[in-house]
Design a protein around this ligand. Sequence first.
Ligand code: MSP
Length: 530
Amino acid sequence: MVHRFTLTTPLYYVNDKPHIGSVYTTLAADAMARWRRLQGDWVCLITGCDEHGLKIQRSAAAAGVPTKDYVDCMAGHFAALWQRIGISHDRFVRTSTPRHQRLVHEFYERVRSNGHIRLGQQQGWYCVACEEFKDADSGKDGAPPHCPIHDRPLEWRDEENLFFCLSHFQEPVAQLVAREDFIGPASRRREVQRFVEAGLRDFSISRVNLPWGIPVPHRPGHTFYVWFDALLGYISALGDPDGPQDLATALASGWPARLHLIGKDILRFHAVYWPAMLLAADLPLPKRVFGHGFLTREGRKMGKTLGNTLDPEALFAKVGVEPVRWYLLRDIQFGEDGDIQQQRFLDLVNNDLANTIGNLVNRTVSMSRRWFADCVPPREAQGESQDDVVPHPLAAVAAATTARVSQCFDQQDLQGAATATLALAETTNGYLSEQAPWSAIKDASRRGAVAAVLYGVLEATRLVGICLQPLVPELSNRLLVQLGCDPLESRHGLPPGAWEQLVRWGGLPHDQPLPQASPLLARLELDGDL
Ligand code: MSP
């Protein structure tokens, strides 16, 4: 049976071009989508842009450009970057479209008629960069408090707003966030639980004097609070992008999401507010929300004022896509904060990809070609019958690796999947050096044994290539092609059950022609900074 697997990245604010944080979440989501496609699921990877709110309205004004033109231009940067780096998303949703607006209106009507909207007075300190009210007191002299994240003064608000009655959902949300499988990583669950235990308070979902937003029906002068509208983007992304748009159609096309992948700063919106909104509209809840950590650079927070941001477009142009994917997914424990360090980046890419994996492929293919007529050698020593064949020493290691890789991907442990794959390459290299077929081949009577050694090494290398596919798909395909195998289609997916076949030991056909070896990845040298 084909399973539907909808997963999402956050919908990125278009106040600026993509930054390395948005790239990080998107790469991780792409790896997971590719993983599920290899498992035979019918995947829908949703990404897109969150285009309303005061922050964006102000950025456009500062640039002296009409807001609509501004968001079109920025959304274009996101779409172009994802295309350029081969992100395999199935939907790119934009919240400033009439389609999305219709769905927000329909959803709001449901929540309102279910009795979960009220009118109230909103007073408080607002952070425009977070687009969120903060619990904070003004300084002694009445000076505005600062946002702890953005270190900017908060703005005072006192206006009549519509409120969403979050307090109606205290019990079901408390139960939800206590579940072991709902919030990942487990280390973040406690902080959300504490927030819920402190008592859920209704939050305002409309704004006055903010024209750049979706108008609230029957409330002239009110537009929806950007988060109320943005979260619904996950649903309006579903359905046929060219067909009619309504809640029922969208919901029937892949809702509920199996996984929302987000940064830790927006966990509360996804794990508390969003489920409550869905409950208020009698809709099914997402299965899991995973909040990853924040990236710093050489130990420092990245920011324009610090002048140490890492421009993704320049970065990819300099070093290519695969090294960045490998470094970010392999070096940072997904869920924890991570520090981008230039020297470590170079070391890991060169050691893991160019040396360990690249050399393994290169030397094994070269030897097999030289001694076995440009082909994969026979699997067992000549003269042995099938019954005499003892399992290849690498077979058990490879089976344990593919099982571990599956387990890691299913738990969003991308680093675990990468290190298990790398360990198989290291073990295989070690085995090759130990067996030293280059000496054994000099003795004609040991030719069969050399064939068996090389077959095992080539087969383990094929499995390394397969396990690499979700993480570094192009490199994985280059590796597989060097073994004479077909590239894997993790963008479009495999039929259910195909993965089990693929990772079965012995899948590499004996006698398969091996193309001329070429370096898998050139060693990276950097002239200047990343
Ligand atoms: N628009 C909202 C999301 C709405 S989802 C319905 C938003 N957008 S954002 O563009 O500001 O942030 C998108 C993601 O980038 C967040 O998950 C955030 O955690 C992540 N990051 C922003 N800076 C980051 C780092 N320095 N490191 C890692 N991720 C970071 O929030």
